[in-house]
Design a protein. Structure first.
Length: 288
């Protein structure tokens, strides 16, 4: 893996399959922005849904690097009966599959120490960090996302953020971008888990929704032809709601900024909270 910095082997030692072993290929450049996205169609033939974010239309979109792709809202936060939600939320597949852009760069500049990218997708951020010589690891449930990350020169493993991960409690920076605050549909639980992963004094760089909202909803991934995956829980939080959830999870706000219309939040885990708090990842191997 090119751009490997001191400390990367420390992380990868626990997960040998995190290192890229496939031939690299160029990631596609972002396509021209669509002014009018087609409305997802209802399937005309029965479609067997796949698991969320793994073998559904998301996997196909990652393989091709193109959309359109949507999160279909199946329930509305104001409707307990689970009905009434017809909105389809566009997913920015082309941007995810392109190299890191100017807004991403404002995040990468703030990274300190070793970096864990939660829900790394096709790995543009992990690859950009590797090219800068920064030790970084992507985590994603999607097999195709992990493969694409490795092909682009990054290291990644296929795991849930709630599984055991390498370097727990010793990551200098954790990334949570591209709507991933929604993972699991419980932002406070997710932020508490990320606090366990970060080192004392470590950073969480998170992206908020551009709107002032705080939603818990049920969605599914769907393409323009109505092919879809299974329903799953999701959340959407604007900056105010994200900061409130972060405080509830024990994070300290340390910065806010907006780039290219995307709002970001910088949070910090409190320093040594107990005598046994671990040091950040360095050249030493993690304890067995």
């Amino acid at each position: 893996m090119s751009g490997t910095a001191v400390g990367t082997d420390t992380v990868v030692a626990e997960w040998p399959d995190a290192v890229a072993t496939e031939p690299r290929s160029k990631t596609p450049t972002a396509g021209a922005a669509r002014k009018h996205l087609p409305r997802p169609a209802e399937p005309t033939t029965p479609v067997t849904p796949g698991a969320p974010w793994t073998d559904d239309p998301y996997a196909h979109a990652l393989r091709t690097g193109r959309g359109p792709l949507f999160l279909r809202r199946l329930s509305h936060p104001d409707r307990r009966d689970g009905s009434g939600g017809e909105q389809a939320l566009p997913l920015d597949v082309e941007r995810w599959c392109a190299p890191a852009d100017a807004a991403d760069t404002t995040v990468l500049r703030r990274c300190t120490g070793s970096v864990l990218d939660v829900g790394c997708g096709p790995g543009r951020l992990v690859a950009a960090l590797a090219a800068r010589g920064v030790p970084a690891l992507g985590v994603d449930l999607s097999r195709d996302a992990v493969k694409r990350t490795r092909r682009s020169g990054g290291a990644a493993i296929r795991r849930s953020v709630y599984d055991h991960l390498p370097g727990e409690g010793r990551w200098g920076t954790v990334l949570l971008l591209d709507g991933n605050i929604g993972i699991g549909g419980d932002p406070v639980a997710l932020l508490r888990r990320l606090r366990e992963l970060a080192a004392p004094g470590g950073l969480l760089l998170a992206e908020a929704a551009p709107q002032d909202l705080d939603e818990r909803l049920t969605v599914r991934v769907e393409d323009a032809h109505g092919h879809h995956g299974q329903p799953f829980s999701w959340a959407r939080l604007g900056t105010t709601a994200l900061l409130y959830a972060a405080r509830s999870a024990g994070w300290i706000e340390s910065g806010l900024w907006t780039a290219e219309g995307r709002p970001f939040v910088q949070l910090r885990r409190p320093h040594a909270e107990h005598p046994g708090a671990q040091a950040p990842i360095t050249e030493r191997r993690p304890p067995a």
